[in-house]
Write a protein that binds this ligand. Structure first.
Ligand code: PLP
Length: 225
C-alpha cells in the first residue's frame, strides 16, 4: 500500500514529461508488482542477473533499465530485452553491447555516463572523453546501439548547492552536445538521466528528463546494493 502512495506523491512532484524510473534493486517481486499495479512501467536494476530473473516472471510490458556499472560478460543475459542501459562509460562497452544487440536483431538504447561528482568512487567519462567517443570512427560504425543521452550522478553530500552545480554543469554540456553533434542513425540526444531519491527535485530544476528513484518509492534497502 505505501508503495502506491509513495509513487503517487513522487509523480505529483515531477512534471509529466520527466520519466520516472522506479529503482527496484534488492526489492521483492511483490513490491514491484504493487508498483506495476499502480501504473509504473519503467523499472531500474543494477545487477544483470537480478534484473533478468525478475524480467522472466514479471509482465512483459515492463521497460527494464540497467542503471548499474556494467561488466561486459553480463551483457548477453539482457541483450534480448533491456530497454535502456544508463551506465555506459567506454567505447569498448558500447561495441560489446552492439555485438550482442546485433545477435538479437535489436538496436539497444544507451546513455553515456558522465563523471560530474567531486568524488573518486563514481564511474563515468569526462566531457572531453564523451566528445572524442562520439566523434570516433569506431562509434560511427556501431549500428545496433543508439546513444540517446547522458546519465550522471551528483556527489553524495548534504550540500545542495554543490549538487545543483554538478547537475547544472551536466545539463550545460548536454545542451551543448545537442547543438554541436549532428543527429545520426546511432545518435539522438533526448534523455538526460539525473536525480535519485535525495536529489531528484534539484535535478529536475536543472533540466533532468529522467529520474531514477528507489528508496523514496520502496523504502530503504535491506542491504547495500
Ligand atoms: C540505487 C540507485 C539509484 C536509486 O537510489 P535511491 O537513493 O534509492 O533513490 C539511482 N541510480 C543509481 C545508479 C543507483 O544505483
Amino acid at each position: 500500500m505505501f508503495i502506491a502512495q509513495n509513487l503517487k506523491i513522487i509523480r505529483h512532484n515531477i512534471p509529466p514529461q520527466v520519466t520516472l524510473v522506479a529503482v527496484s534493486k534488492t526489492k521483492s517481486l511483490a513490491d514491484i508488482k504493487e508498483a506495476y499495479d499502480a501504473g509504473q512501467r519503467d523499472f531500474g536494476e543494477n545487477k544483470v542477473q537480478e534484473m533478468t530473473s525478475k524480467h522472466e516472471v514479471l509482465p512483459n510490458d515492463i521497460r527494464w533499465h540497467m542503471i548499474g556499472h556494467l561488466q561486459s560478460n553480463k551483457i548477453k543475459y539482457m541483450a534480448s530485452y533491456v530497454h535502456l542501459i544508463h551506465g555506459v562509460d567506454s567505447l569498448e562497452l558500447l561495441a560489446e553491447i552492439n555485438k550482442h544487440a546485433s545477435k538479437h536483431n535489436r538496436i539497444i538504447s544507451c546513455l553515456l555516463q558522465v563523471y560530474i561528482a567531486q568524488e573518486e568512487t563514481k564511474f563515468g567519462l569526462d566531457f572531453n572523453e564523451i566528445e572524442a567517443l562520439l566523434q570516433s570512427e569506431t562509434f560511427s560504425q556501431l549500428q545496433n546501439i543508439k546513444v540517446v543521452g547522458l546519465m550522471g550522478m551528483a556527489s553524495f553530500t548534504e550540500n545542495e548547492s554543490q549538487i545543483k552545480t554538478e547537475f547544472h554543469s551536466l545539463n550545460l554540456f548536454y545542451q551543448k552536445l545537442k547543438v554541436t553533434q549532428p543527429e545520426t542513425s546511432n545518435l539522438k540526444l533526448e534523455t538526460l538521466s539525473m536525480g535519485m531519491s535525495g536529489d531528484y527535485r534539484i535535478a529536475i530544476d536543472e533540466g533532468s528528463t529522467m529520474v531514477r528513484v528507489g528508496s523514496a518509492i520502496f523504502g530503504s534497502r535491506n542491504y547495500i546494493a
